[in-house]
Ligand binder design. Sequence first.
Ligand code: PRP
Ligand code: URA
Length: 213
Amino acid sequence: MKNYENVVIFDHPLIRHKIAILRDERTSMKEFRELVEEITTLMTYESLKEGVPTTEVEVKTPLETCTQRIVKDNAIVIVPILRAGLGMVNGIHVLFPSAKVGHIGMYRNEETLEPCEYYCKLPQGIEDKLVLLVDPMLATGGSACDAINLLKRHGCKHIKFMAIIGAPEGVSKVAEAHPDVDIYVSTLDRCLNENGYILPGLGDAGDRLFGTK
Ligand code: PRP
Ligand code: URA
C-alpha cells in the first residue's frame, strides 16, 4: 500500500496483543466486546494527539494559580457506523463521558458489497465539532466513504475515522476519496477474500459483538 499523509497505522505492542485475542475464534462475546472497548480507548488516546480543540483555564493549586490547557467542553461527537461501530462507543466515553453520539446505520449488500444507508441521526451543532467516526472493520472502504460523505453533507469539517482492522484496498479508497480526513487503523491486514471479508481479520465484527451467529 502507498504511504498516505492522512493515514496512521498504529504499530503498538499492546494493541497488537489485544488484537491477537480479538481475532481468536474461541474468544467469547463478552471478552470480544471488552477488547473492542479497550483497543478503542488506546486508539483514541493516540489519535487525539493532534487536532483536539482546547482552551486555557486558570487552575488554583494549593500553592499558586497557573494557566492550564484543557479539552474544550463538548468538543467531540462520537459517530459509530451501525452495527459494529457501537462496540467502540464506550471506549471513547471512558475518556469523554459527556460526548454526544450520532448514529449512521449502514449494511453491506452481500452480493455487490455496496453499502446501503438505513439510518442517520446526528446531534445538533455537529458541524462545528470534532467528529470521531468509528467502525472496527475497514474492508472495501465503501461504508466508511459513504459515512464520511454523509457527515460532510451535514456540514462536518473536522472528521477523524478510526478502524481497528483495515484492508489495504479499503484504507487506500478512503484515504484517496477523503484526503482531509485523518484515518487511524490499528492494524493493516493482508487482503480481502472473495466475499469481501478481511484476511486474516476476525470474521464478522457485528456478529461477534452481538452474538448474532
Ligand atoms: C461491516 C463493518 C463495516 C463494513 C465494512 O458492517 O462493521 O461497517 O462491514 O465493510 P466495507 O469497508 O466493505 O464497507 P456490516 O455491513 O457487516 O454490517 P453490521 O455491522 O450491521 O454487521
Ligand atoms: N465486515 C466485517 O465485519 N468483517 C470483515 O472482515 C469485513 C467486513
